[in-house]
Design a protein around this ligand. Structure first.
Ligand code: 4AD
Ligand code: MG
Length: 455
């Protein structure tokens, strides 16, 4: 008898016959002569209805105590269902109780808040919503590799422990060594210098792009920013492509193309889970995703965006001013009200951007770009990199950074320098956009945010 995932049964046109399934009981209903168990194994949203006859051998020991949350193994025959709502059901010939669950199993049928679900993060993937979100997360990770591999990009594993602050914002976690319970003094001796958890693999990624031409990274990144927003996590995953012989235009085109590719992939391969999100999380979700798939994105320079915001007559909490970063309310106004479309803002004032961005000929701006989407704001941040040695050294000086700390990075400009560009796509921000889930904590299996590192 073959073992099979429930998704394969539910999608069958003809009955697969006799087989064994394993999973967790979502609900059980007892009639006089039968029990109906809704069985889910996480392979898809749908449950397989198991019909267990009260005359089954072992019914008392296995079926009666198989409450919501219990794990069971069922052998039986897949037959056309007489009930409404499903094509197939499993007529059990044997039920084995693998693990019991108590009456107060925390995940009851309906009506749990997202906050409560976070407090049971070890059980929440068993719910419809979180099952759907994490299947989509897995598919999107796969599609990201597929997108780059199809285009000949090389996947580079950049280090998690690093000695340089890529973004220059100082929002880093320090790496220390322990002596029992205590931090060992002189701890930097382990590496010979202070080290941190990486905020970005970009600088290391650039070295590989300047050898292998097209590369990408995809891994965890860490930011010690004390931001209590629905879009910031202390640990998140980032995808960072870096392309040699590429300018800002090519960089923006890649970012836009990638977002469209991923949206299209989700629509094709996560239809059932997206439909669930559309019904239970965000009613306009699928319509918005189809729009994003089909529509050419907008682009606007930072200067034009500022003028447009100033002319909007909107009463923003943070005043709009040339030379200041765009706040999330400004970004959302642009994508949700003005353009009503994903929008790339480019050429930002040099003062508000890191040292590595390429200085534009106007002397005031750098070749930076942020891709903004409705509902979230920034999901991509990127730039063309400063490939001119003298300009890069001047940038480091201007920003008060020690050029010697970036020796190896500066060397790339000494040995066969090339124009190059790249960006970082926040994986969780992308998932929020694709699922409609409003809080970043709810697209991360075990979220880490200020004050919270449970599980
Ligand atoms: O704009 P950021 O800071 O850019 C960089 O790190 C560059 N080194 C990327 C590059 O050019 N290779 O971050 C990139 C993206 C943001 O657009 C956002 O989507 C995400 O990373 N991000 C966060 N996501 C969740 N929580 C946080 N605290 C995030 N900070 C940035
Ligand atoms: Mg950014």
């Amino acid at each position: 008898m073959s073992r099979i995932r429930i998704v394969e049964i539910l999608r069958r046109e003809t009955s697969p016959g006799c087989l064994t399934v394993r999973g967790w009981v979502r609900t059980k209903r007892d009639a006089k002569a039968f029990s109906f168990l809704e069985l889910n194994d996480g392979s898809c949203l749908g449950n397989l209805q198991v019909v267990a006859d009260a005359t089954l051998p072992g019914y008392e020991e296995a079926v009666v105590p198989a409450r919501t949350g219990a794990s069971i193994e069922v052998e039986g025959e897949v037959v056309a269902s007489q009930g409404q709502g499903q094509r197939w059901e499993l007529r059990a010939s044997r039920v084995t109780l693998v693990g019991t669950a108590p009456e107060d199993y925390p995940l009851q049928k309906k009506g749990h808040t997202m906050e409560f679900m976070r407090s049971i993060a070890h059980l929440r993937p068993r719910s419809n919503l979180f099952g759907a979100v994490f299947r989509i997360r897995s598919r999107m990770a796969y599609a990201i590799h597929q997108f780059f591999q199809e285009r000949g990009f090389v996947y580079v594993h950049t280090p998690i422990i690093t000695a340089s602050d890529c973004e220059g914002a100082g929002e880093m976690f320090r790496v220390v060594t322990m002596e029992g319970e205590k931090i060992r003094s002189g701890t930097e001796e382990f590496f010979g210098k202070p080290t941190y958890l990486t905020v970005s693999g970009q600088l290391e990624g650039e070295t590989f792009a300047c050898a292998l031409s097209n590369i990408y990274t995809f891994g965890p990144t860490f930011r010690a920013e004390n931001s209590h927003t629905s879009r910031h996590a202390a640990e998140f995953w980032m995808i960072e492509p870096e392309i040699a012989f590429c300018d800002l235009e090519g960089d923006m085109a890649l970012a836009e193309g990638m977002v469209k590719y991923l949206v299209n992939d989700a629509l094709l391969n996560c239809a059932e889970d997206l439909d669930f999100c559309n019904r239970h999380v965000d009613k306009g979700l699928i319509e918005r995703l189809e729009f994003v798939r089909d529509r050419v994105f907008e682009r606007v320079s930072y200067t034009d965006a500022v003028n447009l915001l100033l002319a909007s007559g909107q009463n923003f909490e943070y005043p709009v001013e040339y030379g200041q970063p765009l706040q999330s309310e400004h970004e959302r106004f642009l994508t949700e009200h003005h353009f009503r479309c994903p929008t790339t803002v480019y050429n930002y004032p040099k003062e508000i951007k890191p040292f590595y961005m390429r200085r534009n000929d106007d002397g005031k701006t750098v070749a930076a770009m942020d891709l903004l989407v409705p509902g979230i704001g920034e999901i991509v941040g990127g730039s063309q990199r400063e490939e001119r040695l003298e300009v890069l050294l001047a940038n480091l000086r201007e920003q008060g950074l020690e050029a010697s700390a970036y020796d190896w990075y500066v060397d790339l400009r000494r040995y066969g320098t090339v124009p190059h560009a790249g960006f970082g796509l926040g994986f969780e921000r992308l998932l929020m956009f694709i699922t409609g889930v409003a809080n970043i904590r709810d697209v991360i299996p075990f979220p880490r945010t200020p004050g919270s590192a449970e599980f």
